[in-house]
Design a protein around this ligand. Structure first.
Ligand code: SF4
Length: 265
């Protein structure tokens, strides 16, 4: 059974071909070294938070990285209630939930899940520089899928679950004059029955669409270029949509070397 995560759903909704290249064929894309370093730091932060939750020592990591230490201490100061152990609560970091849905395995991994008899709280750590607006976050597939799965896999009603994003400053944010350079901040998203029904309908639509599109050896359709997604897409050259990404103004514009796919010899 094919697994669908929030990231798969997001790509599928933007452009089925992008989902094909990114997840079904796992075509590698050139990555900006600075972005790679930010990802590495974000992974390290998540690892420290998980180890801490498991009661394993983290001092070695924190001593070696002042920014990591500041981020973890900032979070402990900003949200002490999150870290107080309570006997009547189930809590687990990197908690995985899977649900069989319309022929697919919907899957989420929560950074931290806290369950009480009448309440469920999903916590997600973000090492973003600029927290998005709450309304934007509520529309993201991560929020929608994570809340949907928690309701579908527990006895909790939609109104009894919530998701809170915590944003911490990555190293160098101040130097880059980014908005999020102070202490950690959070955005909480509540949930309702109506949102639950909408998410279910959208999941059914997307999974039905994927089932009808998946044919052996066939390509999934490309998005309409006027929607503007190709201009940001790392597969523009492979897709022959490079004009959308690199422009056509006044003669031939070559893509960056890093964006040209390697040809095996
Ligand atoms: S270049 Fe456009 S059509 Fe091709 S995968 Fe990317 S978004 Fe889809």
């Amino acid at each position: 059974m094919l697994t669908l995560t929030q990231s798969h759903l997001r790509q599928l909704e933007i452009c089925p071909r992008r989902y094909q290249y990114g997840y079904l064929e796992q075509v590698p894309v050139p990555t900006d070294p600075e972005m790679l370093e930010r990802q590495r730091w974000g992974t390290q932060f998540h690892l420290v938070m998980q180890q801490r939750e498991l009661g394993l020592p983290v001092e070695g990591f924190l001593k070696a990285d002042a920014a990591l230490d500041a981020a973890v201490q900032g979070l402990l100061t900003a949200a002490p209630e999150l870290f107080v152990p309570q006997a009547d609560r189930f809590r687990q970091s990197e908690h995985r939930r899977t649900l069989a849905f319309n022929g697919y395995a919907l899957t989420a991994i929560y950074d931290l899940l806290v369950l009480e008899p009448n309440q469920g709280q999903i916590i997600d750590w973000k090492t973003y520089q600029r927290p998005p607006q709450q309304a934007q976050l509520a529309k993201e597939w991560q929020t929608r899928l994570y809340l949907y799965l928690l309701v579908e896999t527990t006895d909790l009603a939609p109104e009894q679950v919530s998701m809170t994003y915590w944003f911490v400053s990555p190293p160098g944010a101040e130097a880059r004059a980014e908005a999020q350079t102070g202490p950690p901040s959070s955005i909480a998203i509540a949930y309702t029955k109506a949102q639950h029904r909408r998410t279910e309908a959208d999941l059914r639509r997307l999974t039905d669409q994927l089932t009808s599109l998946l044919t052996p050896g066939g390509n999934l359709p490309q998005v309409d270029p006027v929607l503007g997604y190709c201009a940001q897409c790392p597969y523009a050259v492979r897709c022959q949509r490079w004009a959308e990404r690199f422009g056509t103004g006044g003669g031939m514009v070559l893509p960056a070397i890093a964006d040209i796919a390697e040809v095996p010899l």
